[in-house]
Design a binder for this molecule. Structure first.
Ligand SMILES: C[S@@+](CC[C@H](N)C(=O)[O-])C[C@H]1O[C@@H](n2cnc3c(N)ncnc32)[C@H](O)[C@@H]1O
Ligand code: SF4
Length: 457
């Protein structure tokens, strides 16, 4: 299905573009005082709405494949101290934000937020409801591990107005879960979904990973076929990122052997085929949404947007203010990342200081480049006229900033990956699988730093 010669040809070093500039450009020459100034300045910037990200860096047990930022603990004192620090940070930030701005989105991620006692979630949500105003229908989402969910816990989350649940399933096979040291869901996933649908309007997302030990192309097909039958609103098939030099526990998976690159590609293709045949719309490379889901509608209207928490729509997202260890605030003119160290984070908050570890302030021209790259990555198209309108600038001025590589663009067109037109381009055919390369042809950083990025596939 995916042309192997296209993949080979474009398997070069390019960024993932989860942010622009990419996170490996963040530097440590930025501190709490800078963050305070940037927070105040962000009140005058777009989008006016506020997105909040709450990071919970705790899990009861370590999945060997895990690439997330988490610590294994059941230490109640540490969790209590962390909760107090989080609340302090929320108050420190909200104090600096314009009270007329409204929250449109809250995302709880981790780690495993649902491994915390529900009273802690409640007390943090109550603080947020007290400190901020909200739009009419904000999105309130939590990444949950179904191993630690109970019916009562779910009821409480629904009462607290959570309206989007993302469940990490990874695989339905017990032997795969056992090999990666992951506990099985406490409640049968089908029952969980039926209960949520009968008792709320919440959207449901299921996460899967391909490339884990004991998985075969056939077994992954069965898993995704089973998942499609459950009709989640959204589904993601993550490619397992094996980085044992960075996440040492991943070495344990090598004892079983891991599926090779061709098997992984076939698993990805199988997921794509099963989900699109089931009527889902592919979003980006590996996300799928029902056709009536707001992500699919946003893609159709070219209003899809992305932040570190995943895809969202331009109407619902805001500038992201992030809380907790390792979390990244994603503001109009800067990215700010907190320390990953739980103890350092708690100490900073106890001293009324921000816990900034690194970040990046964008130059005005980089804001333009970011807009172009995001548009291509999310909406698979580029219209200079739309970008000029959005940024209130002239097309000629925008084009002077962007490093359009005309020769490269013509080659993409000759390879059937894009259609060029007077106002920009549209991605087509196999183009979606090399979208990072297409975006990179507008990026001046690439020319200067090719060696800093991983291969595109
Ligand atoms: C931040 S985790 C939080 C979810 C929750 N802790 C759980 O495991 O159910 C979000 C998702 O990242 C994915 N993930 C974690 N480690 C990964 C890795 N090394 N490679 C690819 N995806 C990974 C998993 O699918 C997981 O559901
Ligand atoms: S539960 Fe989620 S965050 Fe925790 S170790 Fe497993 S994959 Fe990582």
């Amino acid at each position: 299905m995916i042309e192997r010669n296209i993949l080979e040809k474009y398997n070069t070093a390019v960024p993932r573009y989860t942010s622009y500039p990419p996170a490996n450009f963040f530097h440590e020459n930025i501190n709490g005082e800078d963050y305070r100034r940037i927070l105040i300045e962000s009140n005058q910037k777009k989008p006016e709405n506020i997105s909040l990200y709450i990071h919970i860096p705790f899990c009861p047990k370590l999945c060997f494949y895990c690439g997330c930022n988490t610590t294994i603990t059941r230490n109640n004192q540490l969790i209590t101290d962390y909760t107090e620090a989080l609340k302090k940070e929320i108050r420190m930030v909200s104090e600096l934000l314009d009270k007329n701005r409204k929250v449109s989105q809250i995302h709880w991620g981790g780690g495993t937020p649902n491994s915390l006692p529900i009273e802690i979630i409640k007390s943090i949500m109550e603080l947020i409801y007290k400190e901020f105003q909200f739009i009419d229908e904000p999105e309130i989402a939590m990444e949950c591990s179904p191993a630690y969910l109970t019916w009562d816990y779910l009821d409480e989350l629904i009462n607290l107005k959570f309206n989007r649940f993302s469940f990490g399933i990874q695989d339905f096979r017990q032997d795969v879960l056992k090999a990666v040291n992951r506990s099985e869901p406490a409640i049968h996933v089908e029952d969980l979904m039926t209960y949520i649908r009968n008792n709320s309007n919440a959207g449901i997302n299921l996460d899967f990973i391909y490339g884990l030990p004991l998985q075969t192309v056939e077994s992954f097909k069965e898993t995704i076929t089973q998942a499609a039958k459950l009709e989640p609103d959204r589904l993601v098939t993550f490619s397992y990122a094996h980085v044992p030099w960075f996440k040492k526990t991943q070495r344990k998976l090598e004892e079983y052997g891991l599926p090779d690159a061709e098997a992984k590609l076939q698993m990805f293709e199988a997921g794509y085929e099963i989900m699109t045949k089931a009527g889902y719309v592919p979003i980006g490379l590996d996300h799928y949404a029902k056709p009536d889901d707001e992500l699919s509608r946003a893609l159709e209207n070219k209003m899809l947007h992305r932040n570190f928490q995943g895809y969202c729509t331009r109407e619902t997202t805001g500038q992201v203010y992030a809380f907790g260890t390792s979390s990244i605030s994603q503001l109009y003119s800067a990215y700010i990342q907190n320390t990953k160290d739980v103890k350092k984070y708690i100490a900073a908050m106890t001293n009324d200081e921000f816990a900034v570890e690194k970040g990046y302030e964008l130059k005005p021209e980089q804001i333009v480049i970011r807009e172009v790259i995001n548009e291509i990555m999310c909406n698979q198209y580029l219209s200079w006229e739309t970008i000029a309108e959005r940024l209130n600038a002239k097309i000629t001025a925008l084009k002077a900033i962007i490093a359009q590589n005309q020769e490269q663009l013509q080659e993409f067109e000759a390879d059937g990956l894009i259609t060029l037109n007077d106002d920009g381009l549209t991605v087509k055919g196999n183009g979606r699988f090399v979208i990072r390369n297409i975006a990179a042809s507008f990026d001046p950083i690439i020319k200067a730093n090719e060696q800093k990025f991983s291969k595109s596939i």
